[in-house]
Design a protein. Sequence first.
Length: 162
Amino acid sequence: MEHCLRWRSIAVGIFNSINISGSALTAERLRMDVISSNMANAETTRAEKVNGEWVPYKRKMVSFSSVGSNSFSSHLSSAVGAKANQSGGVKVSNITEDQTPFQMVYDPTNPDANADGYVAMPNVDPLKEMVDLMSATRSYEANVTVLNANKSNIQTALQIGK
């Protein structure tokens, strides 16, 4: 029975690293989707109606949080086998709207222009979005590398067991 529990603990540990990488891949994918939505709506002046008036698109931002306990004592106790099921990883905690004011662009011919001829444009900065997209892409690639390394380690361990 004890032998069976030890193998279960090892298997949980092996697949826990894959689950952690998978959670990060899922979170970064959502972050890239939100950035893509921001870029697609960078010129959208009529995103939603508020009090009968059209409001421009508001930039959206993704926030992450860790899953499970990340204290030193929890890692130590799991390393010595006190806990059989470890948890960890990352999750999307929320998607918020950027409260940066809209850009006012002078265009009196635009149907969305106010009485002074200014149009409220979305608060999306394409340069900032591209930097965020590069960061998300690099994070995604790093997690794919970790996932592939874990997979290779598991395959090597299985070959040793033959």
